[in-house]
Design a binder for this molecule. Structure first.
Ligand code: NI
Ligand code: MN
Length: 227
């Protein structure tokens, strides 16, 4: 069983009944988050990159709940230097955690903190949890290796940005869905700020036109997936 909750933006909570993992926990300064940060008690925090809308509340949340931050080396070191438990990884590497196997993938983007320190490469992430394989692409433009990622990994749930400007827009995210060939795609990273306004229902109808399934999750919505 995998319980998937969409906070908003690129923030997702994954639960398997024993572990609570949050990806890119962005609450403070996020105008679309409806879930209170006080109700989230993660034991794992996965970061795709260091931009403020992804690193978000990771440091305070990790310290409060003694959660392990999982990130690429440079960002993991930064979290450790700021008093958090961190597991250093890098792109292409996988590791077996108590919740399942996690692997970082490439992402075409940047990764610096709000005060301008560069934090290594941005990443996407493959997470095996509760009998489901989730691919959160992080912030990225479209790239052809998504096809390889999909060929090598039977993706159940693809989390893909559609907001354009900083990441893929709708049409590139449709192409990404074609490449990855997941059982289901869920759009993210849109409508949080005016510059990334996008219509998720336009994305959904374009995805359905290529024969794939799309669910537009509401802010705070939870979906339970069987094994
Ligand atoms: Ni970013
Ligand atoms: Mn972003």
């Amino acid at each position: 069983m995998l319980k998937l909750t969409y906070v908003s933006h690129s923030t997702f909570i994954l639960e398997d009944g024993q572990n609570t993992l949050i990806i890119d926990p962005f609450f403070t300064g996020n105008p679309t988050a409806t879930i209170s940060i006080d109700s989230v008690k993660p034991n794992f925090i996965v970061l795709t990159h260091a931009h403020g809308d992804h690193l978000g509340d990771a440091l305070s949340l990790a310290k409060k709940h003694d959660a392990l931050i999982i990130a690429v080396n440079e960002l993991a070191n930064y979290c450790a230097a700021n008093g958090c438990k961190a597991h250093n990884m890098h792109i292409g590497g996988a590791y077996n955690f108590p919740f399942g196997r996690l692997k970082f993938t490439i992402a075409h983007h940047g990764s610096s903190t709000n005060d301008g320190q560069y934090m290594g490469e941005p990443a996407g992430v493959l997470i095996n949890m509760g009998g489901n394989l989730v691919y959160h692409t992080g912030d990225t433009g479209l790239f052809y290796d998504m096809k390889l990622i999909g060929e090598l990994n039977p993706i159940d749930i693809l989390l893909a940005p559609i907001g354009d400007n900083f990441t893929m827009g709708i049409d590139d995210a449709v192409q990404a869905t074609k490449f990855v060939d997941p059982k289901l795609v869920i759009p993210m990273h849109y409508n949080t700020f005016p510059v990334i306004e996008a219509d998720p229902n336009e994305f959904k109808s374009k995805v359905e036109k290529i024969g794939k399934k799309c669910v537009v999750m509401q802010y705070g919505e939870t979906i339970v997936f069987d094994e």
